[in-house]
Design a protein around this ligand. Structure first.
Ligand code: FMN
Length: 143
């Protein structure tokens, strides 16, 4: 299986997630390409069997670069995806991601959210305990 993962991570929590996920998928013989959101043209995303989009909540919404990226995706009709959201307050932004992607006629396989917390957030160490197991479960659904 070919996976393309596009992410935004300001402090590194989301980066940890996608790097771990990439490792898991490769263990399952997946071919994984990982891109920061500003490294890919949303009109020319590389071909893949499954796409993963991961970003933080910022300013009471989905982080702006990712929101723009998702809105500008082209030629993704019928493609499968999984979504990951990190957030510090109670509310996650998975619904915003899904709403945009359903308008592109993409097909959701899995979603997962993580409420970051504690003094380590700004150094990328704010993920809740058990995050690896949650991502293992997420990875299982991306096949
Ligand atoms: C400018 C800014 C605005 C933020 N606004 C929100 C917000 O509205 N809601 C929320 O839950 N978290 C908010 N956060 C917290 C981020 O969601 C959190 O820092 C992020 O999920 C951590 O992931 P990262 O390390 O991958 O950047 C904000 C963070 C920043 C830096």
């Amino acid at each position: 299986m070919n996976y393309v993962c596009v992410y935004f991570s300001r402090y590194g929590n989301g980066k940890r997630l996608v790097e771990y996920l990439g490792g898991k998928l490769r263990e399952k013989n997946g071919n994984v390409q990982l891109f920061k959101v500003n490294e890919v043209d949303p009109g020319k995303v590389p071909a893949a069997d499954v796409y993963v989009f991961s970003a933080a909540a910022e300013a009471f919404s989905l982080q702006r670069d990712m929101k723009t990226f998702l809105k500008n995706l082209r030629g993704m009709e019928g493609k499968k995806y999984g979504i990951i959201n990190t957030h510090a307050m109670k509310k996650d932004r998975l619904d915003t991601m899904e709403k945009i992607l359903s308008k592109k006629n993409m097909v959701k396989l899995a979603e997962v959210e993580f409420q970051v917390q504690g003094a380590g957030v700004q150094s990328g160490n704010g993920l809740p305990s058990g995050w690896e197991a949650q991502l293992d479960e997420f990875a299982e659904k991306l096949v």
